[in-house]
Ligand binder design. Structure first.
Ligand code: NI
Length: 200
């Protein structure tokens, strides 16, 4: 290859290396500065309103594991089914289950008032906490947990609109840090087993 072409080729290689390097650096730094590589960027500070109308933050849950699911009380199938599985798994764990705080966070704050949340979670685990807040509060916590939500296409203008949302269940540690996640199709036995394996 002529020397001019060699030079251009070398510059292109250098440029690709620089872009890749910057990208890798960006990926390994969390919002709060450098993090250890491989640590999931899930969770973080939040301020929300519980089912009794009290403002709470992530700090209020320190010292306990949090099992967190995002959804909405008008959900016809996915949410009730998952909250049922969470509740049954905690019961199955007995004393170990008592170390876990089940948390349901709405992604439909317009309809899910604290009162609506209180009524809804009473169908599930007696220790379940239901969290709502302003649109901004919910947008912030959903972003922190990498949760997707949006009004379902076609139903936006109806008062009975549905919401599309992520269905990942998150286990956060007593220090507030992400421990592991479970997918929607995890059954009661597998969830209880998966929790028992990581909870001290
Ligand atoms: Ni749902």
């Amino acid at each position: 290859m002529p020397s001019r072409q060699k030079l251009i080729f070398a510059l292109v290689v250098l440029l690709i290396a620089a872009v890749t390097g910057a990208g890798a650096l960006w990926l390994t730094r969390g919002p709060g500065g450098p993090i250890s590589s491989g640590e999931a960027l899930v969770g973080g500070p939040f301020t929300l309103t519980d089912q009794n109308g009290k403002r709470v933050t992530d700090q209020d849950f320190r010292g306990k594991y949090m099992l967190v699911f995002f959804g909405f009380t008008f959900c016809p199938d996915v949410c009730p089914s998952e909250l049922q599985v969470m509740s049954a798994a905690l019961d199955e764990l007995g004393p170990v289950g008592e170390k876990i705080q089940p948390v349901f966070i709405t992604i439909d704050p317009a309809r899910d008032t604290p009162e609506a949340m209180k009524l809804y979670i009473s169908n599930f685990h007696p220790r379940m906490v239901g969290l709502t807040g302003s649109d901004q509060d919910i947008a912030a916590v959903a972003k922190a947990y990498r949760v997707y939500y949006a009004k379902a296409k076609g139903s936006e203008s109806s008062p009975d609109y549905l919401m599309d949302h992520s269905t990942i269940l998150y286990l956060m540690g007593p220090d507030g840090k992400f421990v592991k996640h479970f997918t929607y199709n995890t059954d009661v036995k597998a969830l209880a087993e998966g929790l028992r394996n990581v909870i001290q």
